[in-house]
Design a protein around this ligand. Sequence first.
Ligand code: FES
Ligand code: FES
Length: 162
Amino acid sequence: MSISLTLTVNGTARDLVLEDPRVTLLDLLRERLHLTGSKKGCDRGQCGACTVLVDGRRINACLALAVSLDGAAVTTIEGLAHGDALHPVQAAFIAHDGFQCGFCTPGQIMSAIGLIAEGQAGTDPERVREGMSGNLCRCGAYAGIAQAVLAAQGQEQREDAA
Ligand code: FES
Ligand code: FES
């Protein structure tokens, strides 16, 4: 049974036909659309490496069936930068050493963007860590990650106030 769906992925409408209704959003992104920035760490909702935004809200792409998202807007790590201009959260991760090996980083960055948009990042690192507790980092770069999120949030607030 073929199933048709349309997703807007990083601003581009994609008409897709799935032969299997069990395809996850993560597999669709990585294997059909070749957007491999979203990582498959556990494939069972435990590591956060696959985090993307769907209609502006962060989700684990490994837990979402693609067919359930017909008409949705999906943003992945590949959709953040404009040419050579990084998204402020990407730039903050570099400035604050928010990664080591980088495997978890796309998911961390997408989760951070979601957290800031939710207004839940707070002003202290512990609050950020709690808000991003679903994103694991095997390298233990948590201190830099929290500082990056706070810095990016502060920059956004200053720009909003200007
Ligand atoms: S790969 Fe999705 S949560 Fe780990
Ligand atoms: S930077 Fe290596 S897993 Fe997080």
